[in-house]
Design a protein around this ligand. Structure first.
Ligand SMILES: [Zn+2]
Length: 196
């Protein structure tokens, strides 16, 4: 299933690097898509912000950065309203965001606010993979990707992230790789509305 082809999508992410980590291969694989991103923790690490800006610009993703506190993103009505605005600005048909089954507190906060922003809108909601999803998270959509191209996209982050993340990049779907299936990015479609 081509998640993004011919869809206007908004990726709501907590941190600089989350968009590329979770969806970078999908974005590379669907060059004709129209994608927007809202990154909530856009201000703390200037190195990662610059890398993210360059990557998303090269991918043709229109990105907006907020300045929420790292590891302490609050669930707030103001941020829900900002996500609603971003949905309208993007004309989004699909919102892709973190999984609710994710151990990172910022990811869970972003997921909760994104779902709240969609509460009265017939817009598809899709969860994206992350190194911090729990073992109980159940993807139901696999997007084949070019793992080498994704690794090149993530390479500039190497000096700024831990070894765990780097290992995760090289093997986005370890089970699929072991079985000889092409590398994939994993998603969970929570609700799907066909285009209006
Ligand atoms: Zn993150």
């Amino acid at each position: 299933m081509a998640l993004l082809t011919n869809k206007r999508s908004l990726i709501v992410a907590a941190h600089c690097d989350d968009v590329e980590l979770s969806c970078g291969g999908t974005l590379l694989a669907t060059p004709a898509r129209r994608a927007y991103a809202l990154v909530l923790v856009g201000g703390k690490c200037k190195h990662r912000r610059r890398i993210c800006e360059a990557n998303l610009e090269n991918l043709g993703v229109v990105a907006v950065y907020m300045d929420q506190p790292d590891c302490a993103v609050p669930v707030s009505a103001a941020t829900v309203a900002r996500i609603e605005e971003a949905i309208d600005e993007a004309g989004a048909e699909v919102v892709i965001t973190h999984a609710s089954d994710d151990t990172h507190q910022d990811h869970r906060a972003v997921r909760a606010m994104a779902e709240t922003a969609l509460r009265r809108r017939p817009i598809s909601l899709v969860e994206m993979d992350s190194p911090s999803v729990t073992p109980t998270w159940q993807p139901n959509c696999w997007q084949p990707i070019d793992a080498d191209a994704k690794e090149r996209l993530l390479d500039p982050y190497r000096p700024h992230v831990g070894e765990d993340l780097i290992r995760w990049w090289g093997c986005p779907d370890s089970v699929a790789s072991v079985r000889g299936v092409p590398a994939c990015e994993r998603y969970r479609i929570v609700q799907w509305w066909e285009s209006r």
